[in-house]
Design a protein around this ligand. Structure first.
Ligand code: NAP
Length: 367
């Protein structure tokens, strides 16, 4: 049995990953030890080989595992990966953080899109398997069928990214902002609509909303900036789209994807409004078929109000593996321009699911 050290199991990604592993019965086929950076010696969650949390910062403990599976974040990866490799550890490092994504000795993992490459790299000795950026993974889950047909010239994606994409502490700060905005002691429903809007706006501007984690009021608002600035006006989140999609698809020349990444006050699921420039004109029904052929999780949503409102929202998609793509229509710019909207659970296909499935691939490889 593979011996797996699981770090970061109580964060947003880790807790969803653990939930999925339990639901799929994965823990029975593995020897999992839970570790912690903050509570070594504390009580471990059920399903592992020990009731006590191991020390995620102890290289001697980590060396014993065949696999280190981490959802702890980039700081942990930067601190531990090199140290462990430096000690001659030759196990598999599976990671949700971005730190190692672009290294030549790492493979990005999203097996419905690049399963062949993952297995090939595994056979030829790759030991670092890293989940891609959540927005990029969800975009490719939605439209990889079009890439496979060589139909995409470029994509502009405008994103609506949930707060849980930024981690547990930011989600919890948003809930505190929401509580503040509901104006304790004052019944918003007793005000006129304009009075209610003005009351809420006043609180947003007052500086009283807790915002040390998020950096600004997000409740009832949007923040068109995610991650740090790059040199050319993009944010790093925007920069990742083309770079990581190119790597995931093994594309040469690089794929062209750009747009504005926006944090919204949805709690879970990233949505993206797409403008796709096709390389050749094809009927929309063929676009539907190609999208569907991308992988078994794509769902085409009819371009009607009823279907869109019931199936193409974070509220409808959260907690599900399906990746709906809707609002598919020819844009007014010309026959080569297609618009679409997609929603996906960034904690599932954008993070936990590729990691969980990588463990399965390792198990197959071992047998
Ligand atoms: P997170 O929720 O912030 O959790 C990371 C760690 O923070 C936890 O393992 C925990 O470590 C510690 N922590 C501190 N306060 C916590 C609290 N109140 N609740 C839970 N954990 C707390 O981070 P994440 O969103 O899971 O992301 C982990 C990595 O995955 C990051 O590198 C991120 O960029 C990447 N990623 C995230 C997403 C996403 O949708 N969130 C998607 C793709 C990739 P200890 O138990 O050791 O204290």
């Amino acid at each position: 049995m593979l011996r797996v050290g699981f770090v970061g199991w109580r964060g947003m990604v880790g807790s969803v990953l653990l939930q999925r592993m339990r639901a799929e019965g994965d823990l029975e086929g593995l020897e999992v030890r839970f570790l912690s950076t903050s509570n070594a010696g504390g009580e471990a969650p059920a399903g592992g080989v020990s009731g006590v949390l191991g020390d995620a910062l102890d290289v001697r403990q980590l060396r014993r595992f065949d696999v280190v599976l981490t959802c702890q974040g980039g700081g942990y990866t930067s601190g531990m990966h090199e140290r462990l490799r430096g000690e001659g550890w030759n196990g598999f490092w599976i990671d949700a953080a971005s730190t190692l994504r672009l290294r030549p000795d790492a493979t990005l993992i999203l097996d419905p899109v690049n399963g062949d490459r993952i297995r090939r790299n595994l056979r030829t000795g790759c030991r670092n398997f890293i989940g891609a950026n959540c927005t990029v993974s969800l975009l490719l889950m939605a439209i990889s069928g079009l890439y496979r047909e060589g139909l995409v010239e470029w994509v502009s994606t405008m994103t609506y990214q949930a707060v849980s994409g930024a981690g547990a502490r930011k989600l919890s700060e948003l809930t505190r902002q929401l509580r503040h905005l509901s104006l304790p002691g004052r019944d918003l429903t007793s005000l006129t609509s304009l009075e209610a809007e003005q009351a809420v706006t006043e609180v947003q501007r007052s500086g009283s909303l807790p915002s040390t984690e998020i950096g600004a009021p997000l409740a009832c608002s949007v923040l068109p900036w995610i991650d740090r600035a790059m040199d050319d006006g993009q944010t790093r989140e925007e920069w990742k789209a083309s770079v990581e999609a190119t790597r995931l698809l093994g594309a040469d020349p690089p794929v062209k994807i750009d747009g504005t990444c926006v944090r919204v006050d949805a709690l879970r699921c990233h949505s993206q409004a797409l403008c796709i420039k096709l390389g050749r004109e094809v009927p929309l029904s063929d676009v539907h078929d190609m999208l569907r052929s991308g992988n078994p999780w794509v769902r085409i949503v009819e371009n009607t109000k009823e279907a869109t409102l019931s199936r193409l929202t974070p509220a409808a998609v959260g907690g599900k593996l399906e990746v709906p793509v809707g609002r598919i229509r020819r844009l007014q710019f010309g026959p080569l321009f297609v618009g679409a909207f997609t929603v996906g659970d960034q904690l599932l296909w954008g993070a936990a699911e590729p990691l969980r499935r990588m463990l399965e691939i390792l198990r197959e490889h071992r047998n």
